[in-house]
Write a protein of this length. Structure first.
Length: 177
């Protein structure tokens, strides 16, 4: 949640005020100990590789060219490695094998911390999660173009580890497949 989403204390309903807590200005309750720490939300993302291609997905309601990595939120008490395998299964309808951790990335705009993994996707037919996704592309490695923010830096780093250094583009740049 953004700071603007909080106006009243969720504990006592008093109007929140700005004050310094933990070395930063935060929303606090003047009547009880509530502090809106605004901790980042943990997210997992997968570079899903199948037959020398990477699966990029299109979320319902996004502009036409906005294809990105499979991603989703961690569930309570779930390890990020289990979460990324679950997300791929839920969103693509295929099982996959965890290959490696690519890295951990801060995504300030959405206040997220992204745990990015490389997974090898199974051979089966992709069946998109119809409530979340409406399209996908399997893009050859040499045609992938990472984007500047969100999961893009993870894709850039994964490609660089394979000796590929394509230009970084704006998210939504049309794909070459």
């Amino acid at each position: 949640m953004a700071d603007s989403d909080y106006r009243y204390c969720p504990l006592c309903r008093a109007e929140l005020v700005s004050a310094v807590r933990g070395g930063a200005t935060r929303l606090v309750c003047p009547q009880c100990p509530f502090v809106h720490w605004r901790n980042p939300v943990p997210v997992v993302a997968a570079v899903v590789e199948r037959a020398d291609r990477v699966v990029l997905v299109h979320s319902i309601g996004r502009p036409a060219n906005w294809f990105g990595l499979v991603a989703g939120f961690l569930e309570r008490d779930e390890h990020p490695e289990a979460a990324v395998l679950r997300e791929v299964r839920e969103e693509l309808g295929i099982d996959c094998q965890l290959e490696s951790c690519i890295g951990i990335y801060a995504f300030e705009r959405l206040n997220q911390i992204i745990f990015a993994y490389h997974v090898r996707g199974g051979d089966g037919r992709i069946a998109l999660a119809a409530d979340e996704l409406d399209d996908y592309r399997e893009v050859p490695l040499d045609k992938l173009r990472p984007w500047r923010q969100g999961t893009g830096p993870a894709l850039r780093d994964w490609l660089a580890a394979r000796g590929l250094n394509p230009p970084v583009v704006e998210f939504g740049t049309p794909l070459e497949t």
